[in-house]
Design a protein around this ligand. Structure first.
Ligand code: PLZ
Length: 458
């Protein structure tokens, strides 16, 4: 088939308009994947790099509220949120409107050549929303990895030091520097080296597996850092306050605070990577707030712009102002359409009190999952905060991670109309990341599907 013929688009029976107006139901009208998704999958195989793999077997047509409708008209409950991105809901009306208006005015100027208000407004909002009552500044880029890269640039420039401390199970991105910072080899790093230098890994607090208190786990990490790097060599310590890809690991209370204290005692910059955990996701604007921790710098992306590519480094003005003018930037950084989306997202979070909604979702999910854990010894741990909740699956006889089971359960949920993601170093963690716009009915229905999947995978 010629390229022209094969790129003719597949007719779709699905709605062209998403947002909360979509029927908020789980409804399968074809086998999964349906014929249109299968045809698109074949085109994917022909045209897209085999290295780009997909979790779901279906192609999206519209999404909103708590559902995603595929090109065959199947309506899925969205427990994935595009990996923690569509926090205010997909195609949220305020975001759609803001994006349309900004796109009609201008789509791009390059802030570095001709600045515009929306960038400044996002910086003002983020400096106000992040923890800390000291003067703060922000800079905007496009992806999570790019934010992490820039936070490290700021920390290195401000301290005049090279070493960066990261943690076991960490995920910070797929660029060269952030691959080095990411812990898991396959699929993120295998064969992609050599990696950036001066990245050092310390042990995390992982209460379910190490049984240590926060203070004990911090002592273990600090001893490692001091022995293997030297306290006066550390530019920055970069940590996810609740790990994302690494398995939704919530460190024991006090762990983050002890590390922050150590950073300040030794002139290192404490960087909270809140790319997955930030922006109302965990029932606080930022996850470090649960621990009363005020980072020097915060990296923000994902949920901040409703799916438009935008990320930020926000934090201490005395650090953010150190790099030379022109030292930070990028062609698309803080794109006006993405900034307009972010302003709409941040307004929606405030006006709809989505931080409180995330807490209510936590209560509902934890109740369902705790009862699942009581019945099923393969559920080793239930953890997380807000709408960032996970189940760690194990072989009950050995406690060993059971990644194969997580994979089967996720596949079973997909086949029954729930978008469900896994994570964790061993792939044995099922993570729930619903949009905060999801209804209680859909949450309960989705949890029922997950419970049935456990039964079906006996
Ligand atoms: N830091 C904490 O969670 C992205 C990655 C999915 P980018 N997480 C989803 C995948 O397989 O690539 C993430 C994160 C944390 C940094 C990043 C990187 O963000 O926007 O994907 O670059």
């Amino acid at each position: 088939m010629s390229n022209t013929a094969s790129s003719t688009s597949v007719p779709t029976s699905a709605p062209a308009v998403g947002g909360p107006g979509l029927p908020q139901v789980r409804r399968l009208v074809t086998e999964i994947p349906g014929p249109r998704s299968r045809a698109l999958a074949e085109r994917h195989r022909q045209a897209v790099s085999a290295a780009v793999s997909t979790t779901m077997p279906v192609f999206a047509a519209a999404a909103g509220g708590g559902v995603l409708v595929d090109v065959d008209g199947n309506s899925f409950i969205d427990f994935g949120c595009g990996i923690a991105v569509t926090t205010v809901g997909n195609a949220a009306p305020a975001v759609v409107e803001a994006v349309g208006a900004q796109a009609a005015a201008f789509t791009h100027t390059a802030y570095m050549t001709t600045p515009y208000e929306a960038y400044v407004a996002v910086a003002e909002k983020l400096t106000a929303l992040t923890p800390g009552d000291f003067p703060k500044k922000a800079m905007l880029v496009n992806s999570g990895a790019e934010a992490v890269e820039n936070a490290v640039k700021v920390a290195r420039r401000a301290t005049g030091r090279d070493a960066v401390v990261v943690f076991d199970h960490a995920f910070h991105g797929r660029t060269n520097l952030t691959m080095a910072m990411t812990a898991k080899a396959a699929p993120y790093k295998t064969g992609f080296g050599p990696f950036a230098g001066e990245i050092y890994r310390a042990p995390l607090s992982y209460p379910y597996r190490d049984g240590l208190t926060g203070a004990e786990a911090a002592k273990r990490a600090i001893e490692r850092i001091e022995a293997q790097i030297g306290a006066d060599q550390v530019a920055a310590l970069v940590i996810e306050p609740i790990q994302g890809e690494g398995g939704f690991i919530v460190p024991a209370p006090g762990f983050l605070a002890a590390l922050l204290e150590w950073c300040h005692a030794h002139g290192a910059v404490f960087i909270a990577d809140e790319i997955q955990s930030g922006v109302a996701r965990t029932g606080a604007m930022f996850a470090c707030e649960h621990e009363g921790v005020v980072p020097d710098l915060v990296t923000i992306a994902k949920g901040v712009a409703g799916g438009l590519p935008l990320s930020a480094v926000v934090g201490r003005a005395d650090l953010m102002d150190v790099p030379q003018p022109g030292g930070l930037g990028g062609t698309y950084g803080g794109n006006p359409v993405a900034c307009a989306a972010a302003l709409a997202v941040l307004d929606t979070i405030e006006s709809d009190d989505l931080v409180a909604r995330a807490r209510a979702i936590e209560t509902r999910l934890l109740a369902a999952l705790t009862s699942l854990k009581e019945k099923d010894p393969r559920v080793g741990d239930v953890r997380g905060r807000g709408a960032m909740i996970a189940l760690e699956l194990v072989d009950p006889s050995t406690g060993e991670p059971d990644g194969a089971l997580a994979k089967r359960i996720a596949a079973q949920a997909h086949a029954n109309g729930v978008i469900l993601l896994t994570c964790g170093t061993w792939g044995n963690v099922i993570r729930l990341l619903p949009p905060l716009s999801i209804s209680d009915e859909l949450l309960d229905d989705g949890m029922g599907v997950v419970a049935d999947a456990f039964a079906a995978c006996a």
